[in-house]
Design a protein around this ligand. Sequence first.
Ligand SMILES: Cc1cc2nc3c(=O)[nH]c(=O)nc-3n(C[C@H](O)[C@H](O)[C@H](O)COP(=O)(O)O)c2cc1C
Length: 471
Amino acid sequence: MRNHPAIIQGGMGIAVSSWQLAKNVSQAGELGVISGTAIDSVLARRLQDGDISGDTRRALSHFPNQDVAQEIIDRFYIEGGKSTDRPYLDTPKLILKPTAIALHLLIASTFVEVWLAKENHDGLVGMNILEKIQLAIPAQLYGAMLAGVDYILIGAGIPAQIPRILNALSLGDPVAMKIDVEDTNDKFQITFDPSCIKGVKYPLKRPDFLAIVSSHALVSYLNKDEETKPDGFVIEYHVAGGHNAPPRGKSSPNDNGEAIYTDLDAPNLEKVRSSGSPFWLAGGFGTPEKLLEAQALGANGVQVGSIFALCNESGFTQELRHEILKSLASGQAHVVTDASASPTGFPFKVIELDETLSTSQLFDKRTRKCDLGYLRTPFKRENGGIGYRCPGEPIDTFIFKKGSQAEAQASKCLCNALMADIGLGQIRPDGRTELPLITIGSDLEGPMKLLSQYPDGWSAQQGLNYLRMAQ
Ligand SMILES: Cc1cc2nc3c(=O)[nH]c(=O)nc-3n(C[C@H](O)[C@H](O)[C@H](O)COP(=O)(O)O)c2cc1C
């Protein structure tokens, strides 16, 4: 059995847990995790910005099939970078039967992010993706495995199919994955054949798989069958940054549109412990005392996000990180659990900041557009074909696709906003750049302690030193 690390630096999309952050955490002896979410668009935009550091092209030069690497460079790379007033090229949207270039881009971009995080050391690196973005999963798992990824971490859904898919991909076998399609009881699946990348030697290392869940019931459900059993669990509490599991109680959101959690939402850790699976606790566990507490409760350790989202190596732009730290220092920071901001339907933590979509006037002023499309859901059209819809798209279009107005009204385009968070926001024809929207945990004790010690910000290593203080 693997000797698991005590601290997992949580996967934070889109590219907030950048390869630089994951690499530094990994080199310090803990588990550094990159985010695979929308990483195909991230890679395409980095290339269009001229890949000034050369990192992306260096990683691509190690991709097992150089024709594929060249195809991507030819399509997206702009020497010196595109002019700042020109929009980025669109990348292919996820669909049930993707084109070859769409698959190649998903595989190669995931490879690049993991490869860079693993370059020149032998520490452990994981990849986080969302179960909800099903159409990307097999290709992304494969891309990460080509780069030797050590762990896969998946939440935001029930990742029951992942262990089987990882087993097959490590042998180079084709896989099929069941897909949720709305407005029908028909069954759908996607298929993925690793032979789309030539020149790969098998077997590939089979990474450990950690399922991110919020209830003990899911632990026993997934552990029931060898085919669905993960190698461990991250048990995430609802104060965690990012998406949260919906509350178990049936109460509606409060007057501020916030999801309301109760005792029903607390996982039964005794049951988790007695499952025998290794586990980590996440969500408000980013302090030295909480790490000790987690270990005393039988956990291997903790998964921590907010401390690392705010450290110097995170993917957030300097300006945004500075604004968040300023807000924390003022004592006025306000984090809400927005029940309707995310098109996924899951509650989503949002910190209220000027100049971001958390400001209702700015949200109302944005022209709705769905050009990245990661959170679209397939649905069956009346004519029998498959359509794709997202509550964040223009409301008329969503209603035309039989979506409901109520669902769409307050839904925010996380795809475009989260790309803006990392300085890769799209430029619109009227010259405006897409606005950011920042997620962070609602238990900020760890970041506040670090801020008092490092008022100008801290590094991942300093964050780790703090967490390990009581060990
Ligand atoms: C900025 C940010 C983005 C996040 N994005 C993701 C994500 O894409 N996928 C995921 O599984 N968890 C995501 N999380 C959750 C973290 O991986 C981690 O579990 C959580 O932050 C732990 O709680 P803490 O914030 O109290 O430390 C995100 C958290 C933050 C702060």
